[in-house]
Design a protein around this ligand. Structure first.
Ligand SMILES: NC(=O)c1ccc[n+]([C@@H]2O[C@H](COP(=O)([O-])OP(=O)(O)OC[C@H]3O[C@@H](n4cnc5c(N)ncnc54)[C@H](OP(=O)(O)O)[C@@H]3O)[C@@H](O)[C@H]2O)c1
Length: 304
């Protein structure tokens, strides 16, 4: 356990990476302020684990000024929703005003000046904005999360199906708990990581046929991958009521994915996080119950 008086702000603390980072920092004895959007069971669980929870809106300057008060380092994480650049600007202003020393910024591997996805280009611009502050700044650019596999998973007659527009493109799915190890390590010791951009990958790069095989081994049930068109994917998301922003983003990164933008592996999680990242088999085997039902976004097969 550390003896550290610094306070770390975790934004998006009820979300995937934020929650994992908050829990890990607390386990290690750090002081955590957890910014949540609503005071629900997830916020209560964070408070029970020892976090100071703060309800606030990442788009509200007054809320964010309160959230960063007295904070040494912050994990900045905004979801795939409209408003990323506004939230980044609000966070940067509040953090600079409050003399926050360091920020770990959640971006993504597809963040590029020339990105067609509005969210990916917004991440690239957000990185540039934070680079212009005096804060010690580290950008994380993960490939697709392992949690994605559950979001798009259909559980049908004891078998799993992934219907996704990824052709034979490849990536190495990365677990939120492994990303949390990097977030926690950089927050605790930010200097060596200042102005660094880290892509985050799981340990094994695969196409979705291979991912389905790995899931099948981990879950002990048959799993199939059915490649679909970007158009079918976009239409299904729209029919589910997903936002135009999300549909625009995912349709464009699907093309990026097919073109290899999400591919690769590296040693960042091992080297900075201190442990080898989880394989897909390990990830799903540790969450078997989650895969006994379909995920929230799966694209149903058309009627036979
Ligand atoms: N998923 C992937 O495969 C992937 C890959 C690479 C990069 N990324 C990046 O990862 C980031 C998302 O990280 P994540 O998946 O860990 O987050 P997440 O699970 O989407 O959680 C985000 C959290 O932020 C909260 N939130 C939303 N709007 C807010 C607001 N206006 N003010 C305060 N809180 C707000 C949400 O609250 P509620 O839960 O109450 O709505 C949620 O708990 C995105 O920037 C994305 O680009 C994702």
């Amino acid at each position: 356990m550390v003896n550290d008086r610094r306070v770390f702000l975790i934004t998006g603390a009820a979300g995937k990476t934020g929650r994992a980072a908050a829990e890990l920092l607390l386990e290690r004895g750090h002081k955590v302020r957890a910014l949540v959007r609503q005071d629900d069971d997830r916020a209560k669980a964070l408070a029970a684990a020892g976090a100071e929870t703060v309800v606030g809106d990442l788009l509200d300057l007054d809320d964010m000024s309160r959230a960063v008060h007295g904070v040494s380092g912050a994990y900045f994480c905004y979801p795939i929703r409209d408003g990323l650049l506004e939230a980044t600007t609000v966070f940067a202003q509040a953090a600079v005003d409050a003399d926050v020393r360091s920020v770990v910024n959640m971006s993504q591997i597809s963040a590029r000046r020339e990105a067609k996805s509005n969210a990916a280009r917004g991440h690239w611009l957000g990185e540039r904005l934070l680079d212009r502050t005096d804060m010690l700044t580290t950008h994380l650019r993960p490939t697709f999360f392992a949690a994605w596999l559950r979001d798009w998973w259909e559980y049908r007659d004891g078998e799993g199906v992934l219907r996704l527009p990824f052709g034979r493109g490849r990536h190495a799915p990365v677990a939120e708990t492994d990303q949390a190890r990097v977030i926690a390590a950089v927050l605790a010791d930010p200097e060596p990581h200042n102005r660094k951009t880290y892509t985050l990958h799981g340990p094994v790069e695969m196409d979705h046929y291979e991912i389905a095989e790995a899931m099948s081994r981990g879950l002990g049930i048959p799993v199939h991958y059915e490649p679909i068109s970007v158009e079918e994917f976009a239409a299904a998301m729209t029919a589910r009521g997903r936002s135009a922003h999300l549909v625009q983003h995912l349709s464009n990164v699907a093309v990026d994915y097919q073109q290899g933008i999400f591919a690769g592996t590296n040693d960042v999680i091992q080297d900075i996080g201190g442990r080898a990242p989880l394989t897909v088999e390990e990830y799903v085997a540790g969450r078997k119950e989650d895969f006994r039902t379909s995920g929230p976004n799966f694209v149903p097969a058309p009627p036979a």
